[in-house]
Design a protein around this ligand. Structure first.
Ligand code: GAP
Length: 464
């Protein structure tokens, strides 16, 4: 909600990468990563569809996060809670009252603006930045989507689409303690859709009305919260390093008192340097005992933790939250991976390539199998190799066009490995393994392919 404040406080560091939002948007559409929602009807703003490569990328980013947070932490478990929750949830959480943006409308051109995102002088003169028409007074605009459940459309049937996944975790925290015998400190992780009626949706999938979050809530003993807050900041920073993200494109931003959400005692954003400047990627928040206290108050249920190892001590835990946008991570990974380079002598057809340098764990296609020719049994041999690799790797098969062009197509899709099958393969059972980043090629026995890919993925280090 308050992201733009954070950005404005900084002198924006010059972006020197090769990506632009136009290039990313166009590549995303051309290669089937992301399409505009309902495009044939002129598009639905604030919503996007993930195509064949996009859904693979999004799923892999979610899987990497899930592994990091649950499998690699013995005391963090998963949850998939419903999008529709009892409306009292959002009164308790403070969203009905506080989850607002300041809004002004132009009486003449009917444009709508967040008042904190238009120039001061326009606001003071109540003058529309687009057409010069008169602006309305500032009013609070609640970002939650409201709808009705059941047949009647009365106030009793009002229900919200969740604006964050976190509340689904809080209302289940006692269920999870009981069913899974969790002891503090412990965490609950969730990946899921969230909805916000954003006034300004721009920059492709950066800020949308329908998006996905990767949230983890860590329940700790009061008094240990600051220590755990720092610990989670370290862990989340290390996570992006492990994913191979350009670390000089990340920085911390601590929320000032004017930015802190209503529930937070302290909050730091991890910002990424996108082509349009530094923007929030993920937040680490110390939410104190605010949420569980409020749910106690509004539900009448006892939300205290009973510490059986300490004389049945009772307390409301503090919560450290790590909250990242999954769809925003997709944009970050696309921008971070994007590169263009000169690869051969000028004048040569293949002298330039666009390449997505995805970490192999995130790449939508891990390995493409390319027969040099369709004929003489090479296509069949390549298909056979594909069948063998399919079980363990996401594969593609391409027999159309010159081999150089096929490599370029795979580079643009971010495929880290290509296997080329030629006449020699038929004779001696070897194939060529080609590496996306260095474009080096090695000849290896087909029998060693699967294990070599495994080694290469494990040892992968980003070089450019
Ligand atoms: N539970 C805390 C929470 O929701 P937030 O800072 O409002 O905190 C967390 O959101 C993350 O969700 C952000 O860092 C961002 O990555 C993502 N996010 C928030 N609003 C978004 C939007 N409209 N479109 C895409 N991603 C969004």
């Amino acid at each position: 909600m308050q992201e733009e404040y954070a950005v404005q406080e900084y002198a924006v560091q010059e972006y020197s990468g090769k990506a632009t939002m136009e290039k990313i948007t166009s590549l995303a559409k051309r290669r089937g990563f992301v399409f505009q929602s309902s495009e044939i009807y002129g598009g639905q703003s604030g919503a996007w569809d993930y195509g064949p490569l996009g859904i693979e990328l999004k799923n892999r980013i979610a899987a990497a996060w899930w592994k990091e947070m649950t499998r690699l932490h013995d005391n963090i478990v998963g949850l998939d809670s419903a999008i529709l929750m009892h409306p009292r949830t959002w009164e308790a959480s403070g969203h009905v009252e506080n989850f607002t943006d300041p809004l002004v409308d132009c009486k003449k051109c009917k444009s709508r603006f967040r008042s904190d995102m238009i120039p001061e002088e326009n606001l003071a003169a109540k003058k529309c930045p687009d057409c010069g028409g008169e602006l309305t007074d500032i009013r609070k605009f609640n970002l939650m989507f409201k709808t009705n459940i059941g047949a009647a459309e009365d106030t009793a049937s009002v229900i919200y689409l969740r604006p964050e996944t976190a509340q689904g975790i809080y209302v289940n925290y006692k269920n999870i303690i009981q069913s899974n015998r969790m002891k503090i400190p412990f965490g609950i992780a969730q990946v899921g859709k969230a909805f916000r009626n954003e006034i300004v949706t721009k920059n492709f999938i950066f800020r949308t009305c329908e998006f996905e979050q990767l949230e983890m809530q860590y329940f700790v003993k009061p008094g240990t919260d600051e220590e755990w807050f720092n610990e989670w900041r370290k862990k989340r920073w290390a996570y992006y390093e492990k994913l191979g993200v350009k670390m000089d494109h990340l920085r911390w931003h601590q929320h000032g008192s004017d930015e802190l959400a209503h529930y937070a005692k302290d909050a730091y954003d991890i910002q990424y340097l996108f082509p349009m400047g530094w923007r929030e990627l993920e937040g680490v928040h110390n939410r104190t005992d605010y949420d569980l206290n409020r749910h106690t108050e509004y539900s009448g249920k006892d939300m205290q933790y009973i510490d059986q190892d300490n004389n049945n001590d009772r307390y409301i835990p503090y919560i450290i939250e790590t909250s990242a946008g999954l769809t925003r991570n997709v944009l970050m990974i696309l921008c971070d991976a994007y590169d263009e380079e000169q690869v051969a002598e000028k004048g040569n057809d293949d002298d330039f390539r666009t390449v997505l340098r995805f970490h192999p764990d995130l790449a939508p296609i891990t390995v493409a199998i390319l027969p040099l020719m369709k004929k003489d049994g090479l296509a069949e041999l390549a298909q056979d190799i594909r069948t063998e690799l399919k079980e363990d790797y996401s594969t593609d098969y391409d027999q159309a066009g010159a081999i150089g062009r096929r490599y370029r197509r795979q580079d643009e899709a971010g495929t880290p490995f290509c296997v080329t099958v030629d006449y020699q393969s038929k004779e001696d059972g070897t194939v060529t393994l080609r590496f996306r980043d260095s474009m080096e090629q090695v000849r290896i026995p087909r029998a060693e392919l699967a294990s070599r890919l495994h080694q290469e993925i494990k040892a992968y280090k980003r070089v450019k």
